[in-house]
Design a protein around this ligand. Structure first.
Ligand code: AMP
Ligand code: MN
Ligand code: MN
Ligand code: MN
Length: 284
């Protein structure tokens, strides 16, 4: 199984790289990428664990991107994670995340949660701060019952705790990934609720900027959506990617490597990797 999208405690995942690798081994994952939100802090550790456990680990990141009124996610895969182009872009994004979290918690002052920012920050254990960290505090403090409710009532766009942020532009994100020697991939294209026109506009721009891939399979996607993504992928001559987007064990998400199969005939993003995969690493 190939899994090119997952999260660790370096962003909003609940497992450490060590715990993730154990799950990857257990689930027969052969090629893995850790794609934490706007950070590569877990990549070196993951690569070392990959070597020790006979799993091919390629460097990864999930970049936040602003485009029109949307916040998009682009994956960077198989790049030099120490390259100045990606390092400097991630420094800015991390600062934006801290600033945003401060503003969000200030906007939620009226909920009278003592030290909301400090509590959310403490949950990050040194990783990048994300909305799920703030959501978790709202659950722990009894403001809402679930993380989903925290988003629904407080954290999503249009709600009191949402703070719009100027993340990287499409061009900047793709360029940082490409200059670092990697492949830019649009993550979960169906999660942005784009109209067909907007989707076409985005994919055209993405291609113009040098983007090369899109996630055809993301987590537990239904068959009809996979078919829809396959068609778009063909239309724009993009390479297909597949990932669980694993964050934590839950009833809703896919475990590492347990996302539905990508058709073997598809042009896979791994065909663009610097080091060609052998047949056992390419199992879908
Ligand atoms: P951020 O990048 O800080 O804006 O946080 C985005 C992350 O929040 C996503 O990667 C998801 O893991 C999580 N998320 C987004 N929307 C929801 C939601 N409605 N319910 C639960 N988690 C969500
Ligand atoms: Mn996430
Ligand atoms: Mn995402
Ligand atoms: Mn993700």
């Amino acid at each position: 199984m190939i899994d090119l999208h997952c999260h660790s405690t370096y962003s909003d995942g609940v497992l450490t790289p060590l715990q993730l690798i154990a799950m990857a081994v257990g689930n027969g994952v052969t090629t893995l990428s850790l794609t934490d939100h706007d950070t590569v802090d877990g990549v070196a550790e993951m690569k070392l664990l990959g070597t020790q456990n006979d799993i091919n680990v390629v460097s990864g990141v999930e970049l936040s991107v602003s485009w029109k009124k949307y916040e998009l996610h682009f994956l960077g895969l198989d790049f030099d994670y120490q390259h100045p182009a990606i390092v400097s872009a991630l420094k800015v994004q991390t600062e934006l995340r801290q600033l945003r979290a401060q503003k969000m918690t200030e906007a939620l002052d009226y909920l009278k949660v003592d030290d909301l920012y400090q509590k959310a920050h403490a949950l990050t254990k040194g990783g990048n701060i994300t909305r799920p960290h703030i959501a978790k505090v709202l659950v722990d403090e009894g403001i809402v019952k679930t993380i989903a409710d925290a988003f629904k009532y407080y954290l999503k766009r249009g709600k009191p705790g949402f703070v719009g942020t100027e993340w990287l532009t499409v061009k900047q994100a793709v360029t940082a990934i490409k200059q670092s020697g990697g492949i830019a991939v649009i993550a979960h294209p169906l999660q942005y609720q784009l109209t067909a026109t907007k989707m076409n506009e985005l994919l055209t721009l993405f291609k113009e900027c040098g983007g090369q891939g899109m996630e055809v399979v993301s987590g537990l996607m239904p068959k009809n959506q996979i078919q829809q993504m396959n068609a778009l992928c063909d239309k724009y001559n993009l390479y297909a990617s597949t990932g669980s987007d694993f964050h934590a064990k839950s009833r809703f998400g896919s475990e590492l490597g347990r996302q539905p199969q990508l058709a073997t005939a598809k042009q896979g993003v791994w065909q663009l990797f610097n080091k060609p995969l052998n047949s056992s690493q390419v199992r879908l």
